[in-house]
Design a binder for this molecule. Structure first.
Ligand code: 13P
Ligand code: SF4
Length: 305
């Protein structure tokens, strides 16, 4: 009952403030339940760029709210928990990236959206897990600097003849998944298909029947004739997987697949944020314009290059 009251108040405030609630696929179930839009990083940035709302309540992590602020500077972007960060995004700094660029002059930088606005501002083009292969192959160059995720980078390199210079960043949550655990689960459930996120280590990705973004995962599982799936990404995805395919069975590869940052935001935090209209995420204009170039180039890449 208490939760229902919170949800009702949130919805009322969203209405009165002309707000839209965007939630990443890893958010707590109750947050996904009240969101206007849930999706992967690509879908949420497209939504932020297109919305006619005045206020965007971003239920995700800091870099996602920054992207919304970059793409929709006239909107108020609220991040209910300012401490919801992404450790992978913090693994590369603008100074570090400038050093890498100096070692490879003229080589374009492809930056995973899991990065700060300051790093995006030093980049040529962004990518998400849903479009990384298309983004890399849309560039005419034979060499690519890819930051910060070494795992996504190595996955993309399988589909490109280019030479890559990787940054050794990674997602601590996805790296907790071990290939041996997946092998054990596959032999215990020989009928199950294994689907994982490209942030997993290469030896885990090598075992997968399908590799995709978080939204790609529920689309692919829904369309698949299989009945049982071993899931290799953050636990929050189970909510949408079960909603999209209520008759299928989903086994999380390991209970360690929890991103503490994605689990911070509660309904109470969202209500408080809408009442106080804070914390606001606003990227300074000079930085925003440079970072926006990299995001705009990404959004212009056709999905089927
Ligand atoms: P998606 O873009 O696939 O939703 O992934 C975001 C993320 O942070 C994965 O760890
Ligand atoms: Fe960052 Fe990994 Fe959490 Fe995604 S799951 S927000 S990459 S720490």
């Amino acid at each position: 009952m208490y939760q229902e009251e919170l949800k009702r108040e949130i919805r009322e405030l969203l209405r009165s403030r002309n707000g839209v609630l965007l939630a990443h696929n890893y958010m707590r179930d109750e947050v996904q339940e009240i969101a206007d839009i849930t999706g992967d990083s690509l879908a949420l940035s497209q939504e932020a760029a297109a919305t006619t709302a005045d206020v965007i309540v971003f239920c995700g992590v800091h870099f996602m709210a920054e992207s919304a602020s970059i793409l929709a500077p006239e909107k108020t972007v609220l991040l209910p928990r300012l401490d919801a960060g992404c450790p992978m995004a913090d693994m590369v700094t603008p100074e570090g990236l400038r050093d890498l660029k100096a070692r490879h002059p003229g080589v374009p930088v492809v930056t995973y959206v899991n990065s700060t606005a300051a790093v995006k501002a030093e980049s040529d083009i962004c990518c998400t897990s849903a479009n990384a292969v298309q983004v890399v192959n849309s560039l005419p160059n034979d060499e690519i600097i890819f930051v910060p995720d070494r795992n996504l980078g190595r996955y993309v390199a399988r589909f490109s003849p280019k030479t890559f210079h990787f940054w050794e960043g990674f997602c601590p949550t996805h790296e907790r998944m071990k290939a041996d655990t997946v092998r054990e689960l596959k032999s215990a459930h020989p009928d199950a298909l294994f689907v994982c996120h490209p942030e997993c280590a290469p030896e885990v990705v090598a075992l997968a029947d399908h590799v995709c973004s978080t939204s790609g995962m529920y689309d692919w599982c829904r369309r698949s004739p299989a009945q049982r799936f071993i899931i290799g990404t953050e636990a929050g995805i189970l909510y949408r997987l079960r909603r999209e395919s209520p008759d299928k069975e989903f086994i999380l590869a390991t209970p360690a697949l929890i991103c503490p940052n994605m689990k911070l935001t509660s309904l109470e935090d969202i209500l408080l944020s809408l009442q106080s209209m804070s914390p606001v995420v606003k990227v300074p204009e000079e930085l925003r314009l440079r970072a926006k170039l990299a995001l705009d180039r990404m959004l212009a890449v056709p999905r089927d290059v």
